[in-house]
Ligand binder design. Structure first.
Ligand code: MN
Length: 231
């Protein structure tokens, strides 16, 4: 088969302990999945999980030990970090039960769900889609994926992001409203998951703005650190 122009390259993420990379198919994100973050966004209580997507080519893979770079995006004056545990799907399926979810997980990584908060807020107010606030270019930095077998305690891992060496967000994955298995159960009821899908599982409280020159250092205990500079 020939194409009228060269197709875009497959976006891929490094894998800890492997020369082979994880090819990205889709990027799913969970909204308001930590109670304290839901509160800071003006919501309370446990609502059913809801999802949005980012394009696969919004992913900015950062190699182990490197500092990734993202450009300060257009149109915003309030560019926020959201530190998140990312689940990488290795085996697809639909209607996956929470108890079986682990069979579908390839591994885990540290991710940042970067957000044009002012634009997201405007869209919310008008009842319009969040795309312009969430699904823009370079909005999904991610560090190397660690295979699941090497991180048995990820459900109890500390999660944090520092900017300029100062804590901005610090919490624990155990505080997820919908845990990893439950998230996969809900998500796979709505979409058939496939190998290569990434799930950004939600952010804890403390989301805040970054400016040009800021360096974000994101961590989830047991995973590779994600360091990203805004340029
Ligand atoms: Mn998020």
């Amino acid at each position: 088969m020939s194409f009228v122009f060269s197709p875009a390259a497959v976006v891929s993420v490094p894998v800890v302990g492997s020369a082979a990379r994880f090819p990205v198919r889709r990027v799913y994100c969970v909204g308001r999945n930590y109670e304290e973050h839901a509160k800071e966004m003006g919501f309370t209580g446990r609502e059913p999980p809801f999802f949005f997507l980012k394009p696969a080519d919004a992913v900015v893979p950062v190699e182990a030990g490197q500092t990734g770079q993202i450009a300060y995006p257009t149109l915003t004056k309030n560019f926020h970090h959201e530190i998140e545990l990312v689940v990488a799907i290795g085996t697809g399926g639909s209607h996956i039960q929470a108890a079986d979810a682990h069979k579908h997980i390839f591994g885990y990584a540290v991710g940042l769900d970067m957000t044009r908060r002012d634009l997201q807020g405007e869209m919310k107010k008008q009842g319009r889609p969040w795309c312009i606030g969430k699904a823009f270019d370079q909005s999904a930095p991610i560090g190397p994926i660690t295979p699941a077998a090497q991180v048995p305690d990820v459900a109890q891992a500390e999660i944090a992001v520092q900017v300029g060496g100062v804590d901005r967000q610090r919490s624990n994955v155990s505080k997820l409203i919908w845990n990893i298995g439950e998230t996969i159960e809900h998500l796979s009821a709505a979409w058939e998951l496939q190998p290569g899908d990434l799930i950004y599982t939600g952010t804890p409280e403390g989301v805040a703005a970054v400016v040009v020159g800021d360096v974000m250092v994101g961590t989830v205990a047991g995973l590779e650190t994600l360091t990203v500079k805004v340029v």
